[in-house]
Design a binder for this molecule. Structure first.
Ligand code: ZN
Length: 337
């Protein structure tokens, strides 16, 4: 009896004196959360094995599971037929690459008419990527039939890119910046059931005031979500506490993404893995991190709770994109979702 009491006392002392070891345990649990990169530009069969090698480097170096890439560049860097891409993505790589039809130039109208969308969905396409940029063209009446069809069949608008960061060299004209956003709001008003992930935090991620507008959008349009692609380097442009509260409050609406593109070069897999690691550290720890996914200035991480990270890393993707749930399950990430 005395002995067991001593054991309990010893354990209590350990708990009081060793918060680091508890923290380490938590970080191990966080490392195990599978991650879906919803904003990637893979584009071809030949590149897939290089992305998988980046995933292996992350696993080897940090024990982190980068499981799935939503590929916004389906067939844009074609090195084979559609069938070859879909076979490689779906079968050879077990669904780890989930393709989106895409439209990177809408000045002459949307590339995919409504009558084609269901056919693409049946082939395994998980969303429709549209790049708009600093332009009000998304609001052209001719686009409405396609958006109506997407509402009907539940096809997600994947990383739809509206405007550009303002004020920067990407966009230094406030009138044009707002014209693009106002045009997008008019589309959302007409298509309330359209499920959307807007790219780059909707590019209202450059100041506390812009974050307030993003909050307004998320409050007004319940089917709008945002991805973090290429915005880790902007975390330090907002008040850290305000940004952290935002990420926690809107955890159901934020998805992990990087905007990775091209082919990770042989011999550079660890370097790319470190880019991912920096992005993860910014979300997971309160350490000062040396820049975002694409470098940038030193920024203190947000130390988000595990439940918030789970939503950002994969739960929201499971809810929004078809097939993600099954792919994760087949890869062995059976987390009772
Ligand atoms: Zn992108």
């Amino acid at each position: 009896m005395v002995k067991s009491n001593l054991v309990i006392v010893f354990l209590c002392i350990c708990l009081l004196c060793c918060p680091e070891s508890l923290l380490a345990q938590d970080m191990n649990a966080i490392s195990a959360i599978p991650r879906v990169d919803v904003h990637s530009h893979v584009g071809s069969v030949g590149r897939m094995e290089h992305y998988v090698k980046v995933g292996e480097a992350l696993k080897d170096q940090y024990g982190i599971n980068l499981a799935v890439w939503i590929d916004l560049n389906f067939m844009r860097q074609s090195d084979g037929t559609e069938e070859e891409y879909l076979y490689a993505a779906g079968t050879r790589y077990k669904g780890r690459f989930l393709p989106c039809i895409n439209d990177f130039k809408i000045s002459d109208g949307l590339r995919y008419p409504p009558e084609e969308l269901a056919k693409w969905q049946q082939k395994g396409i998980v969303g429709y990527k549209i790049w708009v940029g600093v332009s009000p063209l998304i609001d052209r009446p001719a686009n409405d039939a396609t958006f109506t069809k997407m509402e009907e069949i539940g096809m997600v608008g994947a990383s739809i890119h509206i405007s550009q960061p303002y004020p920067t060299s990407w966009c230094d004209d406030p009138v044009k910046f707002w014209e693009a956003h106002n045009a997008w709001e008019r589309v959302l008003d007409r298509h309330p059931k359209l499920k959307v992930v807007n790219a780059h935090m909707l590019d209202h991620f450059n100041s506390d005031e812009q974050l307030d507008y993003l909050i307004y959008v998320l409050e007004t349009y319940p089917n709008v979500h945002v991805d973090l692609g290429a915005r880790f380097q902007q975390f330090n442009r907002m008040d850290r506490d305000k940004l952290r509260s935002f990420m926690i409050k809107y955890a159901d609406r934020i998805l992990f993404g990087t905007d990775i593109g091209g082919q990770p070069a042989e011999g550079k897999y660890r370097q790319v893995a470190e880019s991912y690691y920096r992005a993860f550290q910014l979300l997971e720890t309160d350490k000062v991190v040396k820049g975002g996914f694409f470098s940038g200035t030193e920024t203190r991480g947000l130390a988000l709770p595990a439940g918030v990270l789970e939503k950002i890393y994969y739960r929201n993707a499971v809810r929004l994109y078809p097939r993600v749930k099954d792919v994760l399950k087949n890869l062995g990430y059976d987390r009772n979702d």
